[in-house]
Write a protein that binds this ligand. Structure first.
Ligand code: IMP
Ligand code: MG
Length: 176
């Protein structure tokens, strides 16, 4: 059954914010050897927009993670189903993620990538969702802070539905 969705972040607001993030990254990483590591699948739209808002070349790579969990909650038991392929040693690495919720996925990935001994390791996430945070992870670049709710669109899905919507929606449960 399709739940009701309410538009939370418009295309215009997304585009403006991605541009601002791109400008900040361009200032901070100008002249550096940056590898952006995106977390599949949710990040593919944000990352595609973000790299085109940069005024310097970057290398892109991806990981895919799975957490054993059911429904909309992550269990914290994260494992890698596709690892990085680019060499990261002594390079500036920026993890790019769609949304940070409990923080367990980012915490795992930070430790994993730190093992490659990058020169620097930071996080850029499109949405920082605060309510269920269990592990504090340093979010260096944040698109939007959202207190709570299950979000879809702009890469985010609910059981593979609504990922391709150009805006961010909040799924309103109990109102079907
Ligand atoms: P965490 O480990 O709890 O921080 O979960 C992070 C992952 O859960 C994200 O990368 C998303 O794949 C998924 N997730 C968390 N909240 C949402 C949401 O509101 N919409 C869609 N996916 C979400
Ligand atoms: Mg994700």
């Amino acid at each position: 059954m399709q739940a009701h969705k309410r538009c939370l972040i418009s295309r215009e607001d997304i585009a403006r914010r991605v541009q601002e993030l791109g400008e900040r990254l361009s200032r901070d990483y100008q002249g550096r050897d940056l590898v952006m590591v995106g977390v599949l699948k949710g990040v593919f739209i944000f990352m595609a927009d973000l790299v085109r808002a940069l005024d310097f070349p970057v290398e892109v790579d991806f990981v895919r993670l799975a957490s054993y969990g059911k429904g909309t909650e992550s269990s914290g038991e994260v494992h890698i189903t596709k690892d990085v392929e680019a060499p990261l040693k002594d390079r500036d690495v920026l993890i790019v993620e769609d949304i940070v919720d409990s923080g367990l996925t980012m915490d795992f990935l930070l430790r994993h990538l730190a093992g490659h001994h990058p020169r620097s390791l930071k996080i850029c996430c499109f949405i920082d969702k605060r309510e269920r945070r269990e592990v504090e992870v340093p979010l260096d670049y944040v698109g939007f802070v959202v207190e709570k709710g299950f979000l879809v669109g702009y890469g985010l899905d609910c059981g593979e539905h609504d990922r391709t919507l150009p805006e961010i929606y909040v799924v309103e449960t109990g109102k079907e």
